[in-house]
Design a protein around this ligand. Structure first.
Ligand code: OXD
Ligand code: MN
Length: 605
């Protein structure tokens, strides 16, 4: 240990957990290719990873999880602050002292017979003033491999920790000790008991029992959203948001605008982040697909994508819906819970049409026959974990240590009625209200009733770490920053349906670049909009308005896309009122004032 680091804090953190978890071995990860090779070979031998056909997917592997360990466990995800009210009604609260004790009890001997990996990593480019380092202790080599892709992992980050003297400590175990040398290990060890606990006051993350995604890759949701969200609140003028970041470039003028976007799960966030423009004058590039860390630099919010990879949902991703995601996972990718083809490639629902009779192995390792098997071949939450540098449209500034200046923020949800295709908030405060009242109709991909509306403020419902009322106030405080040039805030809905039928009336996907163009022009001061009771709607089909040229949209469809219907909005307002009230007494009065104003405007219709 003394050879590994001279940092006392780091040494005592690692020693504490070695003593508690009693691993057989400890490996300090350096992030090198040689280390990677050794670990991959071990995992292939243990049956955790299946090497894919190198002619089809070079340097790529398939992992299949335990069937009871397939997604984030929201009910077992808790925030530990001394005062329950500080956690608020949208997060699960637990007492910090008691929970730490409970976690330490679970941790006792939990790595018996296993290797403990000590993983130094940086969220954001190493050394950037907007980045932070973390240490993840884990007994899952799969987690280590995934962290190699999702974060900047290894010696450079360790050196930066030693230089700065600080890091976010995270501990993870699959909770499956090997009690005797003869015990056969599982290809995906995990535990029925799962707990993902956060201690925002000390920046600690303690996770037990799951090897999957956000439960186990601690840099992502646990650190980059929950712990960093609390750090941002403490710091006062920074933000950690569940947002993609993209760059729109006008090829004629060379001007660029950066747009951040918050969308709940299953709303096409990765597709939006990587979309190919259908407008010849606009080129779109990706900075990130999931998380944005923002901070004021010279009066403007600058953002970095703290991640280095994509942990994307596979089903529904195809060369027609998202060719850039498909290219990102052509090589160097770890797939989890997708299906395996006979020639050792991967397949998932929505990737391509299969000839009836095609044989696959499904995610549960069973034979699966196209046209005959009834259950999906890939789990609905199956994933690809791919390096961002594989994506052919990464913005050249995506690793700029100073981040990119954000010109606009877009909120969106999946709504079949009421909400127009796009509208703009009147100002930051109104924009905060739009984010605070957003939500989405549930899809089959998550628990709950399909089609039911779930409020999901700023798409942060599962990723909060403090009282949501205080979080809204933090947004208002950001907007009140003296002399700041704030991003403009928009709301989009690609999912409006024709009345009475299940048909979407907006083509979506690449055609969403038309919305980007309007946002670009509004930011630039040339976009044309009109005041409406709900905010600023675009003029349509005029210079500076929403460009619908070549789409052959019926006038009726355009009217439907932008109508503000009194009855629908009265129902909407009633639901906003209910959710704002349910968020508790700390919801800022200013948001209720926004609601009153909206109600008055609608009642005048
Ligand atoms: C994700 C999510 O996996 O938001 O990114 O659930
Ligand atoms: Mn996400």
């Amino acid at each position: 240990m003394a050879q590994w680091t001279s940092n006392d804090k780091l040494k005592s953190f690692v020693n504490e957990y070695i003593n508690l978890m009693t691993p057989e071995r400890v490996h300090f990860c350096d992030g090198s290719d040689a280390e990677n090779k050794l670990m991959v070979n071990d995992m292939v031998r243990a049956g955790t990873l299946i090497p894919l056909n190198p002619a089809k997917r070079p340097n790529s592997y398939l992992a299949r999880s335990d069937p009871g360990d397939v997604a984030r466990v929201e009910k077992q995800t808790v925030i530990c602050l001394p005062n329950k009210d500080d956690v608020g009604p949208t997060n699960n609260w637990a007492d910090p002292v008691q929970t730490k004790k409970e976690m330490h009890d679970l941790y006792k001997g939990s790595m018996k017979g296993r290797t403990m990996y000590v993983v130094p990593y940086s969220m954001g480019p190493v050394g950037s003033p907007l980045s932070f380092n973390g240490i993840e202790i884990t007994d899952s080599p799969y987690v280590v491999q995934s962290m190699r892709i999702m974060a900047r992992m290894g010696d450079a980050s360790k050196k930066d920790i030693e230089k700065r003297g600080s890091f976010v400590p995270g501990v993870h175990t699959v909770g499956h000790p090997l009690n005797s040398p003869s015990e056969q290990d599982a290809p995906w060890p995990s535990s029925k008991t799962k707990r993902i606990t956060h201690f925002p006051e000390s920046n600690e993350i303690l996770s037990y029992g799951s090897g999957y995604g956000g439960n186990a890759l601690l840099g992502k949701k646990c650190f980059a959203l929950r712990i960093a969200g609390y750090m941002a609140k403490r710091q006062g003028d920074s933000m950690a948001e569940h947002m993609l970041i993209l760059c729109a470039k006008n090829k004629k003028t060379g001007k660029k605008k950066y747009i951040a976007g918050a969308f709940p799960s299953a709303c096409g966030k990765t597709n939006f982040a990587m979309m190919t423009s259908t407008l010849p004058d606009y080129e779109l590039e990706t900075v990130g697909d999931d998380i944005a860390w923002m901070r004021f630099v010279n009066g403007r919010l600058h953002a970095i994508n703290p991640e280095a990879g994509f942990f994307g949902v596979a089903p529904g991703t195809s060369m027609s819906t998202n060719p850039n995601a498909m290219r990102s996972c052509e090589k160097d990718t770890i797939f989890t819970n997708v299906a395996l083809t006979e020639d050792f490639d991967v397949w998932w629902e929505g990737m391509s049409k299969l000839t009836p009779g095609t044989r696959l192995t499904d995610w549960l390792r069973r034979e699966w026959i196209a046209g005959e098997s009834k259950s999906p071949a890939a789990h609905p939450n199956s994933r690809f974990c791919a390096p961002a540098k594989n994506c052919p449209i990464m913005d050249p500034s995506w690793e700029d240590p100073n981040g990119v200046p954000i010109d606009a923020i877009v909120f969106g949800g999946r709504r079949s009625t009421t909400i127009p295709l796009i509208y703009q908030s009147r100002d930051w405060e109104h924009g905060t209200f739009l984010g605070a009242t957003m939500g989405s109709e549930q899809t089959a991909a998550a628990e709950g009733q399909v089609g039911a509306f779930r409020a999901d403020p700023m798409a942060m419902l599962p990723f909060g770490s403090y009282n949501i009322g205080d979080y809204f106030q933090h947004w208002l405080n950001i907007g009140a920053k003296q002399g700041a040039q704030l991003p403009k805030i928009f709301f989009v809905n690609f999912f409006k349906k024709e009345n009475g039928t299940g048909k979407f009336i907006w083509p979506g996907f690449g055609e969403n670049s038309r919305l980007i163009k309007w946002i670009f022009e509004r930011v630039d001061g040339t976009g044309k909009g009109r005041e409406s009771p709900i905010g600023i709607l675009p003029e349509v089909g005029v210079p500076g308005g929403l460009d619908i040229s070549g789409l052959n949209l019926d006038k009726k469809v355009v009217d439907e896309l932008f109508k503000v219907d009194k009855k629908e909005w009265q129902t909407e307002i009633a639901s906003y009122k209910k959710s704002l009230q349910a968020f508790g007494p700390r919801v800022p009065k200013k948001l209720f004032a926004q609601l009153d104003k909206l109600e008055q405007n609608i009642n005048k219709l």
